[in-house]
Design a protein around this ligand. Structure first.
Ligand code: NAP
Length: 460
């Protein structure tokens, strides 16, 4: 009887946890409520974790507590230390752990060798396959973003090899499900070995440039794997949390692919970004300018649009940029921030940085909201952005970024580009914007330049 009540309470707590996860996710959809959303989802995780300890017949409590302390401790320390620019690889690593955990649950169930129902075995195998691929694939993605793996390993027929590995994993997985006397340990090992190798061979050939999309895809797969294993363990919290992560990851993957105007197949199989694509024709010359002149230009402008990009994140220039914007506002200049959906290295990268610096949301606009305004803008200040303002995306059919919606900064009366030198953007291609008559280059590290601009405006 006592066990029965405990089971009902545990189930009710899982439902409460699911409610907290979904509310948290909903709140994460707006920057105003996002921080609170993380708190709601975190509370959900605490409820689910505590409830699990009250599961009837729970054992190995000490081992579980040690694992939680170890995992939680490492995550706490690394989470506090990680730089914003390293966030994508951090996400890859944590996501890989989720996939690995789902695969480990499947492995435990399959190695037990018990004759589960075919349905449960099939779900365990499916979740195990997806989780293991996501685990090893995410680790490779981490290695690439962290620059531990510096090149892509491409060879002829790699897609055939991957297809063969996938087929072999599916066949071995099917044999586990159909084995009359329960799964044979040797075959279980072979199954996971194949799945782990598949994750590695699938990810190694993909260009570093596409890793954020790949991570988002693996994130969706991890969610799916967790949901499948939730069915195996009959755990409602895992099913719901897994589905939420799976669908959020799928939407994010689609959003990134759409913002780059590329298909997922192109991301996974084209090897984009590791080798420079065809360079469009650029004519004219890059004209340097100094901070004092730009200070005058902006201080006497009516409207300035600031376009931040990956370089602003590298330079950690967001605080100085906002200080500059406030100075201009005090002089009566209208200042707006234009954020491209894939500016930086992960969705929302720039929004997070600007929010951190205290920039209010009502001066931040996304590409579709602000693009028409560049036509009547005096100065577009591009700080550390490159691909997301490359007009080749509009005009040059041979360009690898052709079709990607861009911010129309080139249409402003004056364009100022802040970057350190002649470094290319993420896609590795030249940017014709830098050579236009109305463009001037303000060379230097983003933070140092922003500080110089502040001084220049203050001196007026
Ligand atoms: P970008 O094309 O990567 O260009 C960044 C520019 O910043 C570089 O040209 C670099 O030039 C400059 N830079 C680097 N460090 C700097 C510093 N300390 N100070 C000043 N400038 C610095 O950046 P983006 O325009 O933001 O474009 C993002 C790219 O990432 C796109 O190609 C997008 O498709 C890709 N991507 C994004 C996501 C996402 O979710 N956000 C996902 C996948 C792919 P110098 O070296 O000359 O300084």
């Amino acid at each position: 009887m006592g066990g029965g009540i405990a089971a009902v309470l545990v189930s009710a707590s899982y439902l409460l946890a699911a409610f907290l996860f979904i509310t948290g996710l909903k709140r994460m959809s707006s920057p105003v409520t996002a921080r609170g959303g993380i708190g709601w989802a975190g509370a959900g995780m605490v409820v689910a974790t505590i409830a699990t300890f009250f599961t009837p017949d729970m054992s190995n409590i000490v081992l579980i507590l040690v694992a939680i302390a170890l995992g939680g401790g490492v995550a706490w320390i690394t989470g506090k230390r990680v730089a914003m620019t390293d966030m994508p690889q951090m996400i890859a690593l944590y996501n890989g752990m989720g996939g690995g955990a789902a695969a480990a649950i499947a492995a435990v169930e399959l190695f037990k060798g018990e004759a589960h129902s075919t349905m449960v075995l099939a779900l365990a195998v499916l979740g195990g396959l997806i989780g293991a691929v996501s685990f090893s694939g995410s680790l490779i993605a981490f290695g690439k973003l962290q620059d531990l793996i510096k090149r892509s390993f491409r060879f002829r027929g790699q897609n055939v090899v991957n297809l063969a590995l996938l087929l072999a994993s599916v066949l071995v997985g099917a044999s586990l499900v159909l084995a009359a006397a329960g799964p044979v340990p040797g075959m279980v090992t072979l199954f996971f070995g194949l799945a782990l190798v598949l994750g590695v061979t699938m990810t190694l050939p993909i260009g570093g440039a596409d890793m954020p999309v790949v991570i988002s895809l693996y994130n969706a797969l991890t969610g799916l794997a967790v949901a499948f294993e939730g069915f195996v363990l009959n755990n409602a919290a895992m099913i719901i949390a897994g589905m939420v992560v799976g669908s959020a990851g799928t939407l994010l993957t689609q959003l990134m692919a759409k913002a780059m105007n590329r298909s997922l197949a192109n991301v996974l199989f084209s090897g984009f970004g590791d080798t420079a694509g065809p360079q469009g024709e650029v004519s004219g010359s890059m004209k340097p300018i100094d901070a004092a002149d730009v200070g005058v230009m902006m201080a006497f402008a009516q409207k300035v649009i600031i376009v931040p990009g990956y370089g602003m994140a590298v330079a950690q220039a967001q605080h100085k940029v906002w200080e500059l914007a406030k100075l201009l506002q005090e002089r009566g200049v209208t200042v707006k921030f234009a954020i491209h959906p894939v500016a930086g290295r992960m969705p929302g990268h720039m929004n997070v940085l600007l929010a951190e610096a205290g920039v209010p949301y009502d001066v931040i606009y996304d590409e579709s909201e602000i693009n028409a305004e560049f036509d009547n803008t005096d100065v577009a200040l591009i700080i550390g952005a490159n691909d997301v303002v490359n007009p080749a995306a509009r005009t040059d059919k041979s360009s690898p970024i052709y079709g990607m919606p861009i911010l129309n900064a080139d249409k402003s009366r004056n364009v100022i580009v802040v970057k350190r030198g002649k470094g290319a953007g993420f896609s590795g291609i030249e940017n014709g914007l830098f050579f236009l008559d109305n463009t001037h280059m303000l060379y230097g590290d983003g933070q140092a330049v922003a500080a110089a601009l502040i001084q220049a405006v203050k001196a007026l």
